[in-house]
Design a protein around this ligand. Structure first.
Ligand SMILES: C[S@@+](CC[C@H](N)C(=O)[O-])C[C@H]1O[C@@H](n2cnc3c(N)ncnc32)[C@H](O)[C@@H]1O
Length: 370
């Protein structure tokens, strides 16, 4: 079948229509004419695969990775970087319009690097193979290197061919490597701050974008405020906020991250943060102080409704919501209906993938008295 691609879905797949039914086609760009075959049919849409390009888009580039298309990591490496960024801005705008009825122009922060930006990888071991997961399967694709990861991680991959277990490798900005085999720790420097991290704790994967998030947080913490940092990881955003804030409460569930966070207090000589180990939805109920600003940076599934209800009861003047999933962000913004989204940054944390990071500023709506 010959089709023309009209637009892209949220995963960056091309959208075409055949007899009024939508077909999603990976590796296809708007305007392209292609010959496809349908590989799976669903009630409301079909999935297609390209057999032949008839006309290609000027936005197309040749993917640099030999595993592209097979590996489950990158999915928009066939778009040039300008198009990738444009796709992510449109995606965030469309989701906010469709699901939250918000019209807003994001402030765009690109990655400084399109390749070699990732400071962490997870290699999986299965059926005598070590590598990445193939797209949408449980199979392993063995790799010699990955163009997204920092240089020393790539050197390390080649030394691990005999390994018989899953492995996480991390690299810091000084080129130091740690891996889950030795279970060791390292110090990362971002802006003026130092962070102890290990392979089991969370840390943003793109150091440049991480530093930009720090700047956004710092600019939005007024002096003498009491802040609450939810899903606080190794304490990054709490530590940034503590510079201007009077006091910061932070809640994180992962024990490794919590231990790192306590070390990070000492490393940065900070006294005005209390790190609480536990589930946000339980621990937030114990906060009795007046909170002026809440920072929240939940995992992809977003916040649960009970947490949002408590946030509304705590009634801070401002929320700084960092999100790696615009769909759950839009859902949570709807629930936070006494807050107005006043600013949104789209940050390209994950070039060559369809994923996008957002940093939002939400201000409490003024109560109208008549
Ligand atoms: C996206 S990360 C953000 C970490 C941190 N703000 C940063 O910028 O590095 C989300 C964090 O939420 C933590 N987390 C997930 N579910 C949680 C829960 N129910 N309660 C507390 N923390 C949770 C994870 O362990 C992870 O550290």
């Amino acid at each position: 079948m010959e089709v023309t691609i009209n637009s892209l879905n949220h995963e960056g797949k091309g959208i075409a229509r055949i007899d009024n039914k939508i077909v999603f086609i990976p590796n296809a760009l708007p305007g392209e004419k292609i010959k496809i075959k349908i590989i799976k049919s669903h009630k409301n849409f079909d999935e297609g695969l390209i057999e032949k390009y008839i006309e290609t888009s000027p936005d197309r580039q040749t993917p640099i990775c030999p595993y592209y298309g097979e590996c489950g990591g990158c999915d928009i490496m066939h778009m040039n970087y300008t198009k990738q960024v444009e796709f992510k801005i449109e995606k965030v705008k469309n989701i906010l319009k469709k699901f939250s009825n918000i019209d807003i122009e994001p402030i765009v922060i690109k990655s400084d690097k399109e390749l070699r930006y990732r400071n962490k990888i997870t290699l999986h071991y299965k059926n005598n193979k070590l590598g990445y997961m193939k797209a949408k399967t449980n199979e392993i694709i063995e790799i010699n290197s990955c163009p997204l990861v920092m240089d020393y991680i790539n050197k390390e991959i080649n030394k691990l061919t005999n390994s018989k277990t899953d492995i996480i490798i991390r690299e810091n900005t000084n080129g130091q490597i740690i891996s889950s085999i030795e279970n060791n720790k390292m110090i990362e420097n971002i802006n003026e701050y130092k962070f102890q991290i290990d392979t089991k704790s969370f840390f943003q994967v793109n150091n440049y974008i991480c530093s930009k998030i720090f700047e956004i947080v710092e600019q939005n913490i007024e002096t003498n405020t009491t802040c609450l940092d939810l899903y606080s990881g190794v304490g990054t955003l709490s530590i940034v906020a503590s510079k201007n804030a009077k006091f910061v409460y932070s809640i994180e569930i992962n024990e490794h991250s919590h231990k790192n966070a306590l070390e990070n207090l000492k490393l940065n000589k900070i006294k005005n943060i209390k790190f609480i180990l536990g589930d946000v939805s339980k621990e937030i109920k114990k906060i009795k102080e007046k909170i002026n600003i809440i920072i929240t940076d939940p995992p992809r599934k977003g916040m649960d409704k009970s947490t949002i209800d408590i946030i509304k009861e705590l009634s801070p003047d401002k929320l700084i919501y960092i999100s790696c999933n615009p769909m759950t962000l839009a859902r949570d913004i709807n629930l936070l209906n006494n807050y107005e989204l006043t600013k949104i940054y789209t940050l390209d944390m994950f070039p060559n993938t369809h994923h996008v990071e957002c940093a939002c500023i939400l201000n409490k709506k003024e109560l109208k008295t008549f």
